[in-house]
Design a protein around this ligand. Structure first.
Ligand code: PLP
Length: 362
């Protein structure tokens, strides 16, 4: 597998090699059925057992309490932007959203179709360089829920504390789920598109407290009701079979790594290495404020756009791919999710040091 390079993509993102190797086998012959995992019926015993095991492993890894349901849905994380307010709001109902980046803003836009949306905090004017502490905003007492994005993939900011609130908490964890321990009981709904930290694109995991399933307004289409999927064990209709299977393999890999606390330690070490280079130079500048920095996505700039272009081209030639920043902020971004190896971060920091030495500012 020596042809594989260091893939810093923000999503879809690098998967553990062990998972890919196993998948190549199961694509041909899944659990000795003589059929590949993309070909077998989603009602076959072997397939349904795999979905159950995947859910059980997620429950173990995240410590999901019994009164929460785990759903494997389609439509990407973006579909949750409307599905959440569609199921939890309705005429005369209100919710509060923290605007800490592009994904939060998109969720706010959709939620406004279903209720009155308050935004008690926004870091938009400052360029989304930070996330707030719980004492920096007030959530209206009649809000059905408080919505936030735990890790802002584009801007490289991350909440290091779960917001303290009396309200129901709803969280988009697309880009940091399973990267650190989380107390699930503090949340009403957690969701994550798989393609950053969980597996391939095509499946979205939703963790929802059971009592919320009953809140959905009557006029909601069947397939857009959380209860439909909860009642049917995520097999109401044909699920994203292959994507769920790969998530299952990623979870087994994560268990082999020692679980979430162990991977969190690795994530801290990887990010610290990169932030050390950024903090130790005037050449590289991080986008996020120090107290809000993400362990997953690290956007940074060079002294000029010309140097950034040269940096990206030479990095790619050196086998360091996917470092281009999101089109909305430009610059560079290193995404170093769970599956990204420590050795790859070492190679990037070495490259950064030699690039800065070879390309001094005129
Ligand atoms: C990538 C991302 C999304 C969008 O995911 P899709 O599956 O493409 O809809 C939403 N929220 C966050 C935090 C993301 O990083």
């Amino acid at each position: 597998m020596s042809q594989r390079i260091d893939n810093f993509s923000a999503g879809p993102a690098v998967l553990p090699e062990q998972v890919l190797v196993q998948a190549t086998r199961d694509i041909i012959n899944f659990r000795n059925t003589g059929m590949g995992v993309m070909e077998i019926s989603h009602r076959a015993a072997e397939f349904m057992a795999m979905v159950k095991e995947t859910e059980a492993n997620l429950r173990t890894l995240m410590g999901i309490p019994d009164n929460y349901r785990v759903l494997f849905l389609q439509g990407g994380a973006s579909s949750q932007f409307f599905m959440i307010p569609m199921n939890l709001l309705g005429a005369g109902k209100k919710a509060s959203y923290l605007n800490t980046g592009t994904w939060a803003k998109k969720a706010i836009k959709e939620a406004r179709l279903f209720g009155e949306i308050e935004v008690p905090y926004s870091s938009e004017e400052g360029g989304y360089k930070r996330v707030p502490g719980s004492d920096e905003y007030q959530v209206a007492a009649d809000s059905e829920y408080l919505y936030y994005v735990s890790n802002n993939t584009i801007y490289g900011t991350q909440f290091h504390e779960v917001p303290t609130t009396e309200r129901l908490l709803v969280c988009d964890m697309s880009s940091d789920i399973l990267s650190r321990p989380v107390d699930i009981s503090r949340f009403g709904i957690i969701f994550a598109g798989a393609q950053k930290n969980l597996g391939p694109a095509g499946v979205t995991v939703v963790i929802i407290r059971e009592d919320l399933l009953a809140r959905t307004p009557d006029a909601t289409p069947t397939i857009l009701r959380y209860k439909t999927h909860a009642d049917q064990g995520s097999l109401f209709n044909t699920p994203p079979c292959f994507a769920i299977y790969v998530v299952g393999e990623v979870l087994k890999w994560l268990l082999d790594q020692g679980g979430v606390a162990a991977i969190h330690q690795q994530n801290r070490e990887k990010a610290a290495l990169l932030y050390q280079v950024i903090d130790g130079s005037d050449y590289y500048r991080g986008h996020a404020e120090v107290g809000s920095r993400s362990l997953m996505n690290i956007p940074f700039n060079l002294p000029t756009p010309e140097l950034e272009r040269k940096f990206l081209a030479e990095a790619a030639a050196a086998g360091l791919a996917g470092l281009k920043g999101h089109r909305s902020i430009g610059g560079c971004r290193a995404s170093i999710y769970n599956a990204f190896p420590y050795a790859g971060v070492v190679r990037l920091t070495q490259f950064m040091a030699s690039f800065a030495a070879d390309n001094p500012v005129a």
